[in-house]
Structures are given as structure tokens and as C-alpha cells.
Design a binder for this molecule. Structure first.
Ligand code: C2E
Ligand code: MG
Ligand code: MG
Ligand code: MG
Length: 280
């Protein structure tokens, strides 16, 4: 009987593994045409100001509307895009469309928002691309947007591959006057080094530091200490991954500049975003 069960189970794993392999093959195959077929889409997650929970900044997050597989999250296709050499093209698409959106929003008088920032995530591969900085500069010029409406998020993992060249590039970016955020802060091995070596404006404290906040003192003290550290370094502080009322309540005692998390908003399609933020 046990043997029988074992066989069913291995059959189950073989089936799901098989499906995964087919899915991966499909993603690999279709990725090359995702841009030209207009299947990529930016979702927008609002970051809120603690004082009145109003819209502060926005993070642009990539989705792929696959014709058969539905809406794919970045982790389902970005690693493959990197592996297959599509990351720069996709990354440029993200930057260009973000600039276009900024331009569009700045032109809406009813938004009554004289300055706002949209952040985009960068992959390590983009930081190694010689034409990257020129592309960014050209996009800002083309859409005639203030550079400080644009923020680039890099993770500690992004910086591990090529710290020296990345440093040069980040300085050039910084000189353009865009903001630079260190994303997922605290999950890498050299968080403190990165703060010292690179021109960072914003610290995005990783959601793992929210675990236990609102319930246990140790977690709360750790979060407080990191926020204090960021403030000492005169960084803007974003806390990512606020999911509960208790976490939000604890955060309200700390000098945090922006809240981000499902407790407030998930990443929203453009239509949803407009409906919720500026619709009424
Ligand atoms: P990230 O930059 O740290 O983005 C935040 C991720 O956390 C998003 O996942 C967001 O949906 C999720 N999130 C926000 N609030 C909460 C919360 O309260 N709880 C939980 N559990 N999650 C929350 P998403 O959109 O799946 O993106 C995952 C990662 O993919 C991003 O992490 C970023 O590293 C990468 N990514 C997304 N868009 C791009 C892009 O255009 N280019 C590059 N290179 N990477 C991207
Ligand atoms: Mg990010
Ligand atoms: Mg993050
Ligand atoms: Mg990240």
C-alpha cells in the first residue's frame, strides 16, 4: 500500500514538474515577442505619507500579460529575461514608459500634484550596460520631465556582481539628479558597505523587518534601530511590506517617510490606480 502511495506521489511530482518545464519553455519562447506584442504592463503601488496617508510616491512594478498563462509576476519571467539576454530591452521599456507616464501625469492640472516621484527597479545587467546612462538621460530629455520625478531602486544583490563599475554608474545617475534607493535593505551581506560607498538617497527597509512588529518587542526594537540609522545618515526612509493594522500602528511612532504595503494598497493596474487615487 505504501508502495502504491509512493508511486502516486511520484506520478504527481512528475506531472507538476512536467507542467513546470512546459511553462518555462513557453515563457522562454514567448518572451522575445512580449514587447512588440504589447504584453508588458506597469502596475503602480502607492507609497503613502504617514501624516495623512495621502499618496506620496509610486513604485512601478512590471507585469506580463501572457495570452495563455495570464498575468505573470516578475519572478516568473525576469530571471529568464536576464538569462536569455532580454533584460536591457525590457528595462529600457520600463524606463521609457515610466517617463511617459510621469510626463502625462504632470500635464493633468486636476491632479494638483506639483511634484511626485515614480520609482523603477533596476537589474544588475542594466548597471553593466554601457549605453544605460545615455538611455536614461535621453528619456528624461525626450519626455521633458524633471529628473527628480524619477527614482531608481537597486538591491544589495544587484550590487554584488560589479560593485566598482556599479559605483561609477550610480554616481553618474546621481549627477543627473534622479533619486537612488537601496531596496530590500538588510537582506544582503554588505548593507552597511553599500550605504558608505554609493550615493544613496532612500533606504527601503525590507519587509522581513516587519515580521513580528506589533507583537514582539525584539522585532520592534530592531525596526526602530534601522529607521534611526537611516535618519542619522539623512536618508529618506520607506518601510516595505506593511500588511497589518498592528504593524502600521507601530510604524506611526517612528520617523518613517513613506509606507508601502498591502495593508494600504497592492500594486494597481493604471485604470485601478486612476480610479482609486484621482478618480473621484
Ligand atoms: P521589490 O522591488 O522589493 O518590490 C516590492 C514587491 O513586494 C512587489 O512584488 C510588491 O507587490 C510586493 N509587496 C508590496 N507590498 C507588500 C506587502 O505588504 N506584502 C507582501 N508580501 N508583498 C508586498 P512584485 O511586483 O512581485 O515584484 C517583485 C520583485 O520583482 C520586486 O521587488 C523587484 O525586485 C522585481 N521587479 C519588479 N518590477 C521590476 C522591473 O521593472 N525591473 C526589475 N529589474 N525588477 C523588477
Ligand atoms: Mg523595489
Ligand atoms: Mg523591496
Ligand atoms: Mg527588490
Amino acid at each position: 500500500r505504501a508502495k502504491h502511495l509512493g508511486k502516486n506521489q511520484s506520478q504527481f511530482y512528475t506531472d507538476t514538474l512536467h507542467e513546470e518545464v512546459i511553462k518555462k519553455g513557453k515563457i522562454e519562447h514567448d518572451l522575445s515577442q512580449a514587447i512588440e506584442r504589447n504584453q508588458l504592463e506597469l502596475y503602480y503601488q502607492p507609497l503613502l505619507r504617514p501624516a495623512n496617508l495621502s499618496l506620496g510616491k509610486i513604485e512601478a512594478l512590471l507585469r506580463w500579460n501572457h495570452p495563455d498563462l495570464g498575468v505573470l509576476q516578475p519572478k516568473a519571467f525576469l530571471p529568464l529575461a536576464e538569462e536569455l539576454g532580454y533584460m536591457c530591452e525590457i528595462g529600457n521599456w520600463v524606463i521609457e514608459n515610466t517617463c511617459k507616464q510621469i510626463k502625462h501625469w504632470l500635464e493633468q492640472p486636476q491632479l494638483n500634484q506639483n511634484r511626485f516621484t515614480i520609482s523603477v527597479n533596476l537589474s544588475a545587467i542594466q548597471l553593466q550596460d554601457d549605453s544605460f546612462i545615455n538611455f536614461v538621460e535621453a528619456a528624461i530629455k525626450h519626455y521633458q520631465i524633471p529628473a527628480n520625478c524619477l527614482e531608481f531602486e537597486i538591491t544589495e544583490h544587484t550590487l554584488i556582481g560589479a560593485p566598482e563599475s556599479a559605483g561609477v554608474l550610480l554616481s553618474k545617475l546621481s549627477n543627473l539628479n534622479v533619486y537612488i534607493a537601496l531596496d530590500d535593505f538588510g537582506t544582503g551581506f554588505s548593507s552597511f558597505d553599500h550605504l558608505r560607498l554609493f550615493p544613496i538617497d532612500v533606504m527601503k527597509i525590507d519587509s522581513t523587518f516587519l515580521v513580528g512588529v506589533g507583537e514582539n518587542e525584539k522585532a520592534e526594537k530592531l525596526l526602530s534601530a534601522i529607521v534611526q540609522l537611516a535618519k542619522t545618515l539623512e536618508l529618506e526612509v520607506v518601510v516595505e511590506g506593511i500588511e497589518t493594522e498592528a504593524q502600521a500602528k507601530f510604524c506611526s511612532q517612528l520617523p518613517i517617510d513613506y509606507y508601502q504595503g498591502f495593508h494600504f494598497y497592492e500594486p494597481l493596474s493604471l485604470d485601478k490606480f486612476l480610479e482609486i487615487q484621482w478618480g473621484k
